[in-house]
Design a protein around this ligand. Structure first.
Ligand SMILES: Nc1ncnc2c1ncn2[C@@H]1O[C@H](COP(=O)(O)OP(=O)(O)OP(=O)(O)O)[C@@H](O)[C@H]1O
Ligand SMILES: [Mg+2]
Length: 476
């Protein structure tokens, strides 16, 4: 191995975190090449097992493989194909003792970064390694810039760079200054509560209190006492007199989540708060004055609810003079990489991990999923994957089963069977329940039905036991 190759060149080798892997069935070659690479400033992992090398690629432990062509078990070309399938960004340099121009071109066509004859020409190897290292370091710098960008693209804890989200931020900023009621419309998990908090935080009353109430989580009597307060003895269990959230957050903001789930009598009471700024504690004749900004949220089409007679028209108009629609995640796919980055950072901290990203194929799967649970579902996926991932990268196997097996085609395309509508409902409800990890309240929200209807279906379809086992009793 000859060579116009000097120590000075070696010393100029860039310091990089690119970890090469040398794959060869010949152990003496492994030792030799690893010593050569070491001289060049690259600390390599060596193996004679192609499966082990594939594992390193899959988990992102190495970003470049120098692979021999003739190996028992799996030849270099097959290795190249499989490595690229795992991670299309991987660099594979194929090396062989039987070099022909044709085989070299063939390897490049198949996606190899370079094709080197044996014995390896050190100068050429170094040039290739340095080129790859430069690209790799450039990508790392881009990632660091993205990190900076992430800080700039965060609006009070809400991450987004898509035009539709920037519009939401812009509008929220404008309306926050004026003390008017706001209606937030959007599917479950899109970030309505975050937007409500942001509006409060940048409003002139940010120093005052923000009270949050989920209107669908309680029966009417409890909701009434929660919002308006009660006097001692007004109902069984009312052992003391308490102010409600409207009094607590007087001069501040009250966020009413799932307002579409409230009953007509409750809606009448809310209208009174808006129109007359008056409340009465449960069991008290005394009328009290309150001054609050109402931010309400719903995942229902309130106009349709009005037409169906389930929502008061006057309350709807009072609430909806300023309406912000928070788009579903599939309407802003370009936010997914940013959100993934943000959640990875968050869960790396929580679980003491150091995961750098997702493999290409895992990224592809995320971009093709339908995300019925929107950003909340994405956050859950990343949180769970951060726990299970053992390598530096989250791979397919770390994603939930139903994501792994769903191809780019529509959900029911492949396993379509001629089911009755009752069966379709049963299967669909089961899937949604699994998505919500058994949380029936959330499942009912996604399904767009009331909790009572969901219970009725669960009972009728014989889901009950299974669903209850999953909820661990937490969802009722
Ligand atoms: N743009 C975003 N950036 C960062 N985190 C987000 C974003 N959107 C949502 N999340 C996170 O997703 C989860 C759900 O968000 P949030 O509770 O605001 O949704 P929601 O629209 O109120 O849902 P629901 O209708 O079910 O009440 C939260 O953990 C929130 O922190
Ligand atoms: Mg909410």
């Amino acid at each position: 191995m000859a060579h116009a190759y000097s120590k000075a060149v070696e010393l100029a080798a860039p310091k990089t975190s690119l970890t090469p892997c040398i794959l060869d069935d010949d152990h003496s070659q492994l030792d030799l090449l690893s010593a050569v690479m070491d001289d060049m400033g690259y600390e390599a992992i060596t193996t004679s097992d192609p499966e082990e090398a594939l594992g390193l690629v899959r988990t992102g432990r190495c970003r470049l493989v120098l692979a021999d062509v003739n190996m028992p078990g799996m030849n270099g070309y097959e290795f190249l194909d499989r490595a690229l399938r795992s991670d299309p960004g991987i660099h594979v340099i194929v090396m062989t003792g039987e070099y022909t121009l044709e085989s070299a071109l063939d390897a490049i066509r198949r996606g190899a970064t370079d094709f080197l004859p044996k014995p390896i020409d050190r100068v050429r190897l170094k040039r290739t390694l340095d080129e790859v290292a430069t690209i790799y370091d450039q990508r790392k710098r881009v990632r660091a810039l993205e990190e900076q960008l992430l800080k700039d693209l965060e609006f009070h804890g809400i991450v987004g760079k898509s035009p539709v989200m920037l519009e939401v931020f812009d509008f929220a900023r404008k309306v926050a200054r004026h003390y008017t009621n706001v209606l937030l419309v959007g599917s479950t998990g899109t970030g309505k509560e975050l937007v409500a908090r942001a509006i409060h935080n940048i409003s002139p009353v940010s120093q005052q209190k923000l009270a949050i109430c989920n209107c669908s989580a309680m029966v009417d009597t409890l909701l009434e006492s929660q919002l308006f307060g009660h006097v001692r003895g007004s109902f069984t269990g009312a052992t003391d007199t308490r102010p409600g959230l409207f009094e607590y957050a007087n001069n501040g903001t009250v966020f009413l989540d799932e307002i579409g789930e409230t009953s007509l009598p409750m809606q009448a009471k809310l209208l009174r708060v808006i129109q007359n700024r008056e409340i009465q504690r449960v069991g008290s004749p005394e009328v009290r004055q309150v001054n609050v900004r109402l931010i309400a949220a719903t995942n229902r089409d309130l106009r349709a609810e009005v037409l169906a007679g389930r929502f008061r028209e006057d309350l709807f108009y009072r609430l909806s003079s300023i309406q912000i629609r928070v788009p579903s995640l599939t309407e802003r796919l370009e936010d997914i990489p940013l959100l993934v980055h943000y959640f990875l950072k968050k869960y790396n901290d929580v679980y003491g991990k150091n995961i750098s990203g997702l493999t290409r194929r895992a990224q592809t799967v995320l971009l093709q999923h339908a995300w019925p649970g929107n950003v909340r579902e994405l956050e859950n996926v990343i949180a769970t994957a951060a726990i299970t991932a053992t390598g530096d990268f989250i791979d397919l196997a770390d994603l939930p089963e139903h994501l792994q097996h769903r191809g780019p085609r529509r959900a029911d395309g492949d396993d379509w069977r001629p089911l009755s509508l009752d069966e379709v409902r049963k299967v669909h409800i089961q899937r949604v329940l699994e998505l919500c990890q058994g949380n029936r309240l959330r499942a009912a929200q996604i399904l767009g039905i009331g909790r009572t209807s969901l219970y009725r279906y669960l009972k009728r379809d014989g889901h009950e036991m299974r669903a209850r086992e999953r909820t661990g009793g937490a969802a009722a």
